[in-house]
Design a protein around this ligand. Structure first.
Ligand code: SF4
Length: 374
C-alpha cells in the first residue's frame, strides 16, 4: 500500500434528473440538513479507520455544487477533526455549470475547494436538450471561464454518442473547452439502454445515433485533439496536462485507501471494501443508530486481488509492471492465459520498458482484455 488515504463524500441531490442518470441521486433538497448531519456523524464515528491525514477529498454526486456550501464546509471540518486533511490536499467538488455563479464559486473557494469537475457534456444546445441537462452551452462556457479565472483546477466532463452529435460538433465542443483554459477532460460514452427516452428516440430516429465505428472515430478524435493541445491520456477516459491528473481518482486505480461517506458510498482500506446503504432513509436511520451505515463487505482472495490490481492498473496509460502482470497471469486458467496472449498478438497489449500496457487499439477493446482477468 502506498500514499495517503483519500476521502469521498456522496452528495445525492440534484435540481433535475438527467435523461441518462444512473447515479444515486434524488431531485430536491428536502432531506439535505439531516443528511449532512448524518455525514458529519459518520465521519466522527469512523475516526481512526485509516491513518490520516487525507491528501484528497472528493465531493461527488448527485450535484455537490447544488447543496449549501456551508454543509460541505461542515463535512470538511469533521474530516479535519476526525482524520486530518493535509496542507495542499486536492479538494474536488463535482459541479453543475448552472450553480457556478460568482457567489457560489467564492463560497466553494472559501470553504477549501480547489478543483471542480464540471458536468459540461456538450457545448451544443441541440445535444444538451435530449440529455435534459439544466444548463445550456453558453451557461456552461461561462462557468468554465469563471472557474478558470478563479485559479481553480478545472476538469470538464464530455460525452460521446449524444443523439444528433457529429464529429464536427464534438470537435467544436472540445476545442472550445480547451480554449477556455481547462486542463483536465473526462470523456464518457452515453449509455442509451437505461434511458427510456433515448431508447424511444433511437427507435424513431436511428440516424441520430452513432454506430460502433463512429464511436471509435469520435474517441480517437478526442484523443488526437487533447494530445495535440498538450493533454496526455493518463487513463482510459481521462486526459490532463502534466500535474493536473485527478489525484483522488488515481487512488481507485491504484487500490489505495479511500474512506467514503454518505449514501451508497464504497470505502476501501487497502484490503476490504465496505459499502453504505443505497437508500437515504435507511442511511439516515443507520447512522442515527450506530454511527455507520455499512450494508456489505468484501475482501477478495489474494489471487483475485492480484488480478484486480492488474485490471485497474491497465486502465492507466502507464500500465503495470511486468512482474505484477506475470504474478496475476499465474493465477489464471489456461484459456484465460491464452486470451491474454492473443491480446498481445493482436496488438491490444504491449510490453515496453519493463511494463505491460494497453495500446491505443487496446484501450478501445479494453473490455476484451479485462474480461480475461476478471
Ligand atoms: S446531474 Fe448527474 S447525478 Fe444529477 S441527475 Fe444529472 S447525471 Fe444524475
Amino acid at each position: 500500500m502506498t500514499g495517503r488515504p483519500g476521502a469521498y463524500v456522496h452528495v445525492p441531490y440534484c435540481a433535475h434528473r438527467c435523461t441518462y442518470c444512473s447515479f444515486v441521486a434524488v431531485t430536491g433538497r428536502e432531506t439535505e440538513q439531516p443528511y449532512f448531519d448524518a455525514v458529519v456523524r459518520e465521519a466522527r464515528s469512523r475516526a481512526g479507520e485509516v491513518v490520516g491525514p487525507f491528501d484528497t477529498v472528493y465531493f461527488g454526486g448527485g450535484t455537490p455544487s447544488y447543496a449549501e456550501p456551508s454543509n460541505l464546509a461542515r463535512v470538511l471540518a469533521a474530516l479535519r477533526e476526525a482524520f486530518g486533511v493535509a496542507a495542499g490536499a486536492e479538494v474536488t467538488a463535482e459541479a453543475n455549470p448552472d450553480d457556478l455563479d460568482d457567489r457560489r464559486l467564492s463560497a466553494l473557494v472559501d470553504l477549501g475547494v480547489n478543483r471542480l469537475s464540471i458536468g459540461v457534456q456538450s457545448l451544443s444546445d441541440g445535444e444538451l436538450e435530449p440529455l435534459e441537462r439544466r444548463h445550456d452551452a453558453s451557461g456552461a462556457l461561462g462557468a468554465l471561464r469563471r472557474a478558470v479565472a478563479r485559479g481553480l483546477r478545472v476538469s470538464a466532463d464530455l460525452m460521446i454518442g449524444i443523439p444528433g452529435q457529429s464529429r464536427e460538433s464534438l470537435r467544436r465542443s472540445l476545442g472550445t473547452i480547451l480554449a477556455a483554459g481547462v486542463r483536465h477532460v473526462s470523456v464518457y460514452l452515453l449509455e442509451i439502454e437505461k434511458a427510456p427516452r433515448l431508447v424511444a428516440m433511437r427507435e424513431a430516429s436511428p440516424g441520430m445515433f452513432a454506430g460502433d465505428e463512429e464511436m471509435v472515430a469520435r474517441w480517437e478524435l478526442v484523443d488526437d485533439l487533447c494530445t495535440s493541445e498538450g493533454l496526455t491520456r493518463y487513463e482510459t477516459s481521462n486526459w490532463a496536462r502534466d500535474g493536473e491528473e485527478s489525484r483522488h481518482n488515481l487512488k481507485y486505480w491504484r487500490r489505495e485507501p479511500v474512506v467514503a461517506l454518505g449514501v451508497s458510498a464504497s470505502s476501501f482500506d487497502g484490503v476490504t471494501r465496505r459499502t453504505n446503504s443505497g437508500s437515504i432513509p435507511a442511511y439516515l436511520q443507520a447512522v442515527g443508530t450506530t454511527g455507520t451505515a455499512f450494508v456489505s463487505e468484501e475482501t477478495l482472495p489474494v489471487a483475485e486481488a492480484l488480478r484486480e490490481s492488474v485490471f485497474l492498473g491497465l486502465r492507466e496509460s502507464a500500465g503495470v509492471t511486468e512482474a505484477d502482470f506475470e504474478r496475476a497471469v499465474e493465477t489464471l486458467s489456461g484459456s484465460d492465459r491464452a486470451r491474454l496472449e492473443d491480446a498481445f498478438a493482436a496488438g491490444l497489449l504491449c510490453r515496453w520498458g519493463g511494463r505491460v500496457r494497453l495500446t491505443r487499439p487496446g484501450v478501445l477493446m479494453s473490455n476484451e482484455v479485462f474480461s480475461a482477468l476478471l
